[in-house]
Design a protein around this ligand. Structure first.
Ligand code: SF4
Length: 386
């Protein structure tokens, strides 16, 4: 059944089989990887025991050129997927095939060991979903009261992660690669006035003792009182992303039964606070659950208040309420991404997004920053080729 949907999706992408390695095919296949994953030769990925957090960890690719990134979640790798990533004889490069036709070569980023199973390095970012207290239980209040976000795969578990372990992982990756990794910290909400922001503080303080210049992004809900962000602002975080996820009230109530207690106006207040305190910000919207028109209204709302959108497609991960939801059509996702790009471009927000830290500027789970990078390299005319 899934196979038929995937073949339909590939047909909708209208790939050019006469010019298999053209840029348009690379953009379309990148969108396919993000939305639907692929079949991947097992020799190409070793460590699929990474921390799954909310589901988004997997293999990292450059899809035919350096501007196009995709992260294929481990749970999106399946033998039945008609888009195949095949070994080319070495671990760094692979070949993308569809029905035996070779499309183009991609690069696979080799895994860098960080020395802690609760911290992942995805592209240039060290990512950790923190427990409520160091080395304690990682959970989210909304999971506890059975009001979890419908797409969330975060499970209550005890994870061995203290501030020193994060600082050590940072130092190790910096030494190994010769480049400063960024740090992205996330974690579930709690019922306190800061909605759980306090748990980030000891980790940030510890990492700052290793490197004062490290760029740190926090992905969390707005606190009930904006002043609660002051403690993080004092620690000079680079980016605070507060994710609306969905825009229409109906869908927020249905799919974010707990988190919809946070009204859109609370997000606006925190975005304003970030602006006043020179903290970069962006917000995730998830395409494919609510009507595309509502997603677009949400992206325009964000653009009008000067906040970039990081437009993810719904990824129905195992363990989430939506695990059996069909995957999102990558052609549709490209089309809506184009409209969101148009809304952001008017306000110069793509550039702003590219300067944040964490997921917004990486773009391997979305398409807007991928396309922005391609536009910077080849000009805006690329918007007409897909
Ligand atoms: S806020 Fe929602 S997505 Fe985030 S951890 Fe809680 S239930 Fe999961």
């Amino acid at each position: 059944m899934k196979k038929n949907i995937f073949n339909q999706y590939i047909s909708d992408l209208n790939l050019d089989f006469k010019r298999p390695s053209c840029l348009s095919n690379k953009i379309k296949v990148c969108s396919y990887f993000v939305c639907c994953g692929a079949s991947v030769d097992s020799i190409l990925y070793g460590n699929n025991k990474k921390d799954l957090r909310t589901g988004n960890s997997g293999i990292q690719l450059y899809v035919g050129n350096k501007q196009l990134r995709a992260l294929i979640p481990f749970s999106f790798i399946s033998k039945g997927n008609p888009i195949k990533i095949k070994s080319s004889g070495n671990k760094k490069n692979a070949i993308v095939e569809y029905k035996g036709v070779k499309l183009f070569t991609i690069s696979i980023i080799p895994e860098t060991k960080v020395g802690n199973n609760s911290i992942n390095l995805e592209f240039e970012t060290l990512i950790a979903a923190l427990p409520q207290s160091p080395n304690g239980v990682r959970t989210c209040f909304y999971q506890e009261i059975k009001k979890a976000c419908a797409f969330c795969a975060l499970k209550k578990s005890k994870i061995p992660l203290n501030p020193s372990a994060l600082a050590l992982a940072y130092a190790k990756v910096f030494k190994k690669t010769g480049r400063r990794p960024q740090i992205l910290l996330t974690g579930g909400n709690d019922f306190s006035i800061d909605r759980g922001l306090a748990k980030f503080i000891p980790y940030i303080e510890k990492v700052r003792t290793v490197d004062r210049k490290v760029k740190i992004a926090i992905e969390a809900s707005p606190p009930k009182d904006v002043v609660e962000l002051k403690k993080l602002a004092n620690l000079k975080i680079d980016t605070f992303s507060a994710n609306l996820e969905l825009y229409s009230d109906n869908c927020r109530n249905e799919f974010l039964p707990g988190k919809s207690e946070i009204k859109i106006n609370e997000y606006k207040k925190i975005f304003n606070y970030c602006k006043e305190n020179k903290i970069k910000t962006f917000s995730v919207l998830i395409a494919g659950l609510e009507d595309g028109k509502d997603t677009l209204i949400g992206a325009k709302y964000l653009s009008n208040i000067g906040v970039p959108t990081n437009l993810l497609c719904l990824r129905p991960f195992p363990g989430s309420i939506l695990e059996n939801h069909r995957k999102i059509n990558p052609a549709w996702f490209l089309a809506i991404t184009k409209k969101v790009i148009a809304a952001m471009d008017k306000k110069k927000l793509l550039r702003k997004l590219s300067r944040t830290s964490g997921c917004g500027s990486c773009g391997a789970c979305s398409m807007e920053i991928n396309i922005y990078r391609v536009m910077n390299r080849y000009g805006k005319r690329v918007l007409n080729i897909f």
